[in-house]
Design a protein around this ligand. Structure first.
Ligand code: SF4
Ligand code: SF4
Length: 424
C-alpha cells in the first residue's frame, strides 16, 4: 500500500490509494461543552435529505449521549475492540516532540484501521482493505438509545468515575456527542469500495457516493469507523451525508452566491457549531491561515480536537472536549491533546473568547475574522489563574472579503418597550 502523511497521527501511514488532497477542505468545530441535546440539528438534516422510503433508519446527523449511547448501537466500542485485538502490544502516543502543524499531538504508535487490515490480509480468512464490521439491522433501529443515561450508580465501581471526576460532588456524568460524516482526508468508505463509486471532491474535500456506480455491496458501511455510510434497501445503494454541497457551493437562492454552512450547523440553537473551509498543503497539513476561525481553534488555540484520530482516517470534524468528563475517557476519544484543550477552554485567552462568539451568528461561512479591542469588563481568578474579560468586537468576513457581521463578547441585551403583554 502507498504511504501517505497523517498529521493527526504525526506520521506516515499505509492507505490503499496515493495521497491526493483537495486544495480546500470542508471542516467543522463542535463545542461539546454547550450542546443541549435538543436534536434540532438531527431533525434539520432528516427533514432535508432522508425523509423518503427506505431512509427511515437513516440519521446522517445524530446526537448520542455518551458514554452509553451510540448510533448504530455501540459503534465506537465495537470498533475500539477490533482495534485493540489488532494492536496486542497496545496503542500509545509519543508526546515528546510535538510539531506545530505536522504533529501537534505527538506520534501515534499503534496500527490504524488500514494498517491493521493490511496485516490481516496475509491470512486467508480476510480480504478487508479496512478493519471494520457490518452492523446488523437491529443496531440501526434505536438511534437515541440511552439518551441522558449517566454511568451511575453502577459506575461507582468504574475506574474512570472514581479516578477522574472533575466535580467530586457529582457522582454521575454524561455528554452529548453530535456527529456527522467527517468527510475524512483518508476516507475509509472510499478505500473499501470495490466499485470506486466513492470520490472526494478536489474543490472542497466533500466525500460523495456516485449512485450510478454503487451496487450496494455495503463495503463502505463496513469500513467507515464512524458508521456514517448507510444502506438503503429501496434503491439497493449506499448513501451518506453530502455536506449540503449546494449550500457550501453558494447555490442556495437565499444567499446570492455566498457559501453557506450545512443545515445541521445552521440550525443549531445551542450555538455550538462552526463550519467552514480550510486550505491544505499537498500532504494534508493545513496551510497557515491565522485569521480563519477553524485554523485558529485547531492549530493556534488548540482547543478543538479530532474524533478518534487513532482510527487513521484524518477526520475533519473537531470537538472542544467537555470539561466535566473523566480525562481517561476523553483521551481515548480525542487523543492526547485533551488536557491542554480543556485547560485553555476553562481559562480562555482574550482572542479565544472573541472567536467563540462567531459560532452561529450567521448561516454564511466565515472565511476570516478580525478583532477590535474593547474595554475591560472585569477580572477574576478561575482555578487559581487570573482571567480578565474584555468586551471586544469580533468581525466576520465572507469568501469575497466582505463583512458578514460583527458581534461583541458581552452578550447584547434588549429591553422591550412596555407595550407587550409579556413586557417586564
Ligand atoms: S466519516 Fe465515514 S463515511 Fe464519512 S468520509 Fe469518513 S469514512 Fe467516509
Ligand atoms: S442543535 Fe446544537 S445544541 Fe441542539 S443537539 Fe444539535 S449540536 Fe446540540
Amino acid at each position: 500500500m502507498p504511504d501517505v502523511y497523517n498529521w493527526q497521527l504525526g506520521r506516515s501511514m499505509a492507505y490503499p490509494y496515493e495521497q491526493a488532497m483537495p486544495a480546500r477542505q470542508w471542516a467543522f468545530v463542535i463545542n461539546i461543552n454547550r450542546c443541549l441535546g435538543c436534536q434540532t440539528c438531527t431533525m434539520a438534516c432528516k427533514s432535508t435529505w432522508t425523509f423518503e422510503h427506505g431512509q427511515e433508519h437513516m440519521w446522517w446527523t445524530n446526537v448520542e449521549t455518551k458514554p452509553y449511547g451510540g448510533y448504530p448501537y455501540a459503534w465506537d466500542a465495537q470498533l475500539l475492540e477490533l482495534l485493540d485485538q489488532a494492536n496486542p502490544e497496545g496503542m500509545s502516543w509519543d508526546e515528546r516532540d510535538p510539531e506545530p502543524r505536522a504533529a501537534p499531538y505527538g506520534t501515534y504508535d499503534g496500527k490504524t484501521i488500514f494498517e491493521a487490515a493490511h496485516e490481516r490480509k496475509t491470512r486467508p480468512e480476510s480480504a478487508q482493505r479496512v478493519l471494520g464490521y457490518l452492523p446488523p439491522d437491529e443496531e440501526w433501529a434505536t438511534p437515541n438509545l440511552h439518551e441522558d443515561v449517566p454511568p451511575a450508580p453502577a459506575a461507582e465501581r468504574n475506574q474512570w468515575v472514581r479516578g477522574g471526576m472533575q466535580l467530586p460532588e457529582h457522582q454521575a456524568w454524561f455528554f452529548y456527542l453530535a456527529r456527522v460524516c467527517n468527510h475524512c482526508s483518508y476516507p475509509a468508505c472510499l478505500a473499501a469500495c470495490p466499485r470506486q463509486a466513492i470520490y472526494k471532491r478536489p474543490e472542497d474535500g466533500i466525500v460523495l457516493i456516485d449512485q450510478e456506480r454503487c451496487r450496494g455491496y455495503r463495503k463502505c458501511v463496513e469500513a467507515c469507523p464512524y458508521k456514517k455510510a448507510m444502506y438503503r434497501p429501496t434503491t439497493r445503494t449506499s448513501e451518506k451525508c453530502i455536506a449540503c454541497y449546494p449550500r457550501v457551493e453558494g447555490r442556495d437562492p437565499e444567499t446570492g452566491g455566498c457559501p453557506m454552512e450545512t443545515r445541521c450547523m445552521a440550525a443549531c440553537i445551542g450555538q455550538i457549531r462552526l463550519q467552514g473551509l480550510v486550505d491544505m498543503h499537498a500532504d494534508g497539513t493545513w496551510r497557515e491561515d491565522r485569521q480563519n476561525p477553524l485554523y485558529y481553534l485547531v492549530h493556534v488555540a488548540q482547543v478543538a480536537l479530532p474524533l478518534y484520530p487513532q482510527f487513521g482516517t484524518e477526520p475533519n470534524g473537531y470537538y472542544i472536549p467537555p470539561r466535566w468528563v473523566p480525562r481517561g475517557y476523553l483521551r481515548q476519544m480525542f487523543g492526547p491533546g485533551v488536557d491542554q484543550a480543556i485547560e485553555r477552554y476553562l481559562v480562555p485567552e482574550r482572542e479565544l473568547l472573541a472567536v467563540l462568539q462567531l459560532f452561529r451568528r450567521d448561516n454564511r461561512i466565515v472565511f476570516r475574522y478580525a478583532i477590535e479591542e474593547g474595554p475591560k469588563v472585569f477580572e477574576t481568578e478561575i482555578h487559581g489563574k487570573p482571567f480578565t474579560l474584555y468586551d471586544d468586537t469580533v468581525i466576520a468576513f465572507g469568501h469575497d472579503g466582505r463583512e458578514l457581521f460583527r458581534t461583541r463578547v458581552e452578550e447584547p441585551f434588549f429591553v422591550r418597550p412596555e407595550q407587550h403583554q409579556n413586557s417586564i
